[in-house]
Design a protein around this ligand. Sequence first.
Ligand SMILES: Cc1cc2nc3c(=O)[nH]c(=O)nc-3n(C[C@H](O)[C@H](O)[C@H](O)COP(=O)(O)O)c2cc1C
Length: 194
Amino acid sequence: MARTNSSIPKDASPAYKAVATRRSHSKVTDRAPDARELESLVAAAGRVADHGSLHPWRLIALRGDARSRLGVALAKAAKLKGSDAASLAAKPLRAPLLVAVVFRPEKSQKVADWEQEAVASGVAHMLSLLLHDAGWGVIWRTGPYTRAKKVAKMHGLQKGEKLLGWLYVGGIPARSGSSHTKTVRADKYLTTLD
Ligand SMILES: Cc1cc2nc3c(=O)[nH]c(=O)nc-3n(C[C@H](O)[C@H](O)[C@H](O)COP(=O)(O)O)c2cc1C
């Protein structure tokens, strides 16, 4: 493939370009995709390879006050008080929409849990890419209290369900650079066995 200066081949497909130029946005504006747009992107993201088609995942959109309730749960899980509690509690307010990624393994003789977790993680990566491609700012965040009981309860998780973190989603600020600066040296990570 002929390459441009940005290391994206001139004849790259739209999919290649979307993947190669994806970047995270830690700062986003108050705009967010509505329920309909999000649903449409989830429908596409859910098409990841899925051994046994178990769909071992679900997503929970947190908007409005639900983000504050998550903040309270994080601060309680951290056993913080005063300004430290307030500062942790404010973290989920950094974006108008948080998409909680839930891994929900199905009992299976054939498909191990780790394979199913790879599917849930794949859905999150794919959704993050699709949101970025649709013009939204996204960053996948976790933290030490992602698996805390209080945090699980706030989301209404069932036994066996585990959070993989949250996609923080919002508008891309006008001053934010649009292109990705990082490139990956494929030869460092790709080897061949003949
Ligand atoms: C499972 C997972 C958890 C992450 N948790 C955090 C986090 O809590 N805080 C953070 O700043 N970045 C976190 N990241 C990394 C960011 O999502 C992002 O990839 C990173 O800032 C690099 O930016 P880039 O995606 O533009 O290369 C996490 C990524 C993954 C896949």
